[in-house]
Design a binder for this molecule. Structure first.
Ligand code: OSB
Ligand code: MG
Length: 370
């Protein structure tokens, strides 16, 4: 297949509530949506995981726009009639890293390819479940009372697992209070690299709360520190930012730097690499779960397909649309009575984009030369 048309849409969606992590606060979800049309007339859609500022990882939206336009898309277009999702990664390999930009391209190509083949993402990836249990990521709040109210709301809504964002000064006490108030719920924490190995004794104070895991306590480039920390605390260490490839996963597992992995397709360059990480982890007996970047329905749909693979044995951050947005740009994803979300069953990402709604949230449309 050949890319006949491609355009970037800069989108800003207001969040239902500010989302605060150890690296910053978001009031809106800013993203780039890529729309592609192939010579076979198939439409491919993808949503970028990057944010306005390079604070979660080194990538940011302006950088994605530039590298995609000047370096990535030309290499893909050079494949001519031979564009397939499987060829995207090898074609872009000379360009170092830029995983979120590569993810955007590979996912749109895969969506178009699967739509032509009338195959759902879930079938293609090897999913074994029709619905996946939903967890929710709860931001840092101004006051403990606000946190308890937010968690109560999510539990009432049916979420089966709560993740608390933590940072120095907002860690032991919020966890203690949530445990005390809500009892034996599935509970975990995410530090987004906010600690150092010198905090090991402090983080060991979380041991008594029976957490499922602590996500990315140390810097993304500190695998050795994570391995050391994992020996000093009982809470299982999970890596997010540190893992950008199946090779990273193999290294981290061999070093005992983690015993769980958060797989985010955008962080690792796409769904094909995400599946390889799943495979490496499964072969090593390491559980994985699907993380998120506050995606709209366009990014959420394929994430749910991935989360239905057999190795995704822990609930992910794949929450319902209403946790993020009053109005999503696809039909909203909703929790069922068991706190699960249905995996889309249609071809490709399996959801239709609500074009008029998307237009309302679009700041600008940038045509790309193909
Ligand atoms: O570290 O998992 C993270 C959101 C933005 C950036 C990083 C992270 C998150 C989340 C929310 O925790 C995940 C989601 O609900 O999509
Ligand atoms: Mg995380």
């Amino acid at each position: 297949m050949r890319i006949a048309h491609a355009e970037l849409r800069w989108v800003r969606m207001p969040l239902v509530a500010p989302f605060r992590t150890s690296f910053g606060t978001s009031y809106d979800r800013d993203t780039i949506v890529l729309r592609m049309v192939t010579d076979e007339g198939a439409e491919g859609w993808a949503e970028c995981g990057a944010e306005i500022d390079p604070l979660y990882s080194e990538e940011w939206l302006d950088g994605v726009d530039l590298v995609l336009r000047d370096h990535l898309l030309p290499r893909l277009v050079a494949l001519g009639d031979e564009v397939t999702a499987a060829r995207v990664k090898p074609a872009l390999e000379p360009v170092k890293r830029h995983f979120m930009a590569k993810h955007l391209l590979e996912t749109a190509v895969l969506d178009a390819e699967l739509k032509s083949a009338r195959m759902p993402f879930a079938t293609y990836l090897g999913s074994v479940r029709e619905r996946v249990p939903a967890g929710v990521s709860v931001g840092i709040m101004d006051a403990h009372a606000d946190l308890l109210a937010a968690v109560a709301g999510y539990l009432d809504a049916g979420y089966v697992r709560i993740k608390l964002k933590i940072e120095p000064g907002w860690d032991i006490e919020p966890v203690r209070l949530v445990r005390k108030e809500f009892g034996d719920i599935q509970l975990q924490v995410d530090a987004n690299t906010a600690y150092t190995l010198m905090d090991a004794q402090h983080l060991a104070r979380l041991d008594e709360f029976g957490l499922l895991l602590i996500e990315q306590p140390l810097r993304e480039d500190d695998l050795r520190g994570h391995a050391e920390l994992a020996r000093l605390i009982r809470t299982p260490v999970c890596l997010d930012e540190s893992i950008t490839s199946a090779r990273d996963a193999a290294t981290a597992i061999a070093m005992r730097a983690c015993s769980v992995i958060n797989v985010k397709p955008s962080r690792v360059g796409g769904y094909l690499e995400a599946r390889r990480i799943h495979d490496v982890a499964a072969a090593n007996g390491i559980p994985v779960w699907c993380g998120g970047m506050l995606e709209t329905g366009i990014g959420r749909a394929p994430n749910l397909a991935l989360a239905a693979l057999p190795g995704f044995v822990l609930p992910g951050d794949t929450s319902a649309s209403a946790r993020y947005y009053t109005q999503d740009i696809t039909a909203p994803f909703e929790l069922d009575a068991d706190g699960c979300i249905a995996v889309p069953g249609g071809p490709g990402i399996g959801v239709d984009v609500l074009n008029e709604v998307l237009a309302g949230f679009t700041d600008r449309v940038v045509p790309l030369s193909v």
